[in-house]
Ligand binder design. Sequence first.
Ligand code: AKB
Length: 322
Amino acid sequence: MRNDENIMVTGATGQIGSELVMSLRERLGGSKVVALGHRREPPESIARSGPFERGDVTIFSELKEIVERHDVSQIYHLAAVLSAVGEKEPQRAWDMNMRGLQNVLELARANKTKVFWPSSIAVFGRGYPRDLTPQETVLLPTTMYGVTKVAGELLCDYYNRKYGVDVRSVRFPGIISADTPPGGGTTDYAVAIFYEAIRHKHYECFVRPDTVLPMVYMPDCLEAILGIMGVEPSSIRRRDAYNLNSMSFSVSELVKAIQRFVPSLEVSFNPDFRQDIADSWPRSLDDRAARHDWGWCPKYDLAAMTKDMIAELTRKHELGQL
Ligand code: AKB
């Protein structure tokens, strides 16, 4: 990454955005990274360390004005409605996820901007192998979020082939982090359980104990984003999205791992509509293409991630920040 470039991160107050902005600012300098948020107030760390813009990614003119004013040459487009909220508000999910992405790709076409856009394991749904899911298989999602991710992958591939837009993408599994909690996803339980273990020693889980999903810890998630964006365009052989695999565990295994640090944690189960979504997603993925093409190599497993999460949330709790 060159430090004469200006970067914009959309969805900058969200789970990935809030940490990606800080990581990019540490590398490039605060003034080089514009954080774009829509509804939420920015955390103080983001507001203080560089430019923050309020804007709506579905409004092309707003986005264009901000991109041009800051002379942006790379966009990390993270603003999205996730799977669970998307099932409650499918029209909003379509509008936000598709219009936002197309606006970003149109700007990228006009300004020769490089783009990162996250796809998701939600592209899978029916008729595919749930273990070591291949890079190329049937994409029949069961959620509106998944529909927007499949359509988004095709749109990225189209803009690359038709207009040469340098867009790069990965299919993220659930993301676990201790900074900003996720909002409105199906994999949110794997984060919420840590917060509740520290705060109340009790968590009511909305999926069954035997539910297995793939997950990734935030430091590896950031490495994926910076890794795929850091290589030469010729290394990127897919312009739809790469499968990523890191760790997979059942809820029971996660509970046991946390109980090593919080033995009094109790978890009850009350599955809701998110169970069906979880049951339609892969348990693990074949990510050989990502490892081969741009060097994806996650470091955290369940034990290392759990140790880190507990230490970080305990520290925040002691400081009265939880
Ligand atoms: C969600 O649960 O909706 C997201 C995802 C897997 O893309 N975390």
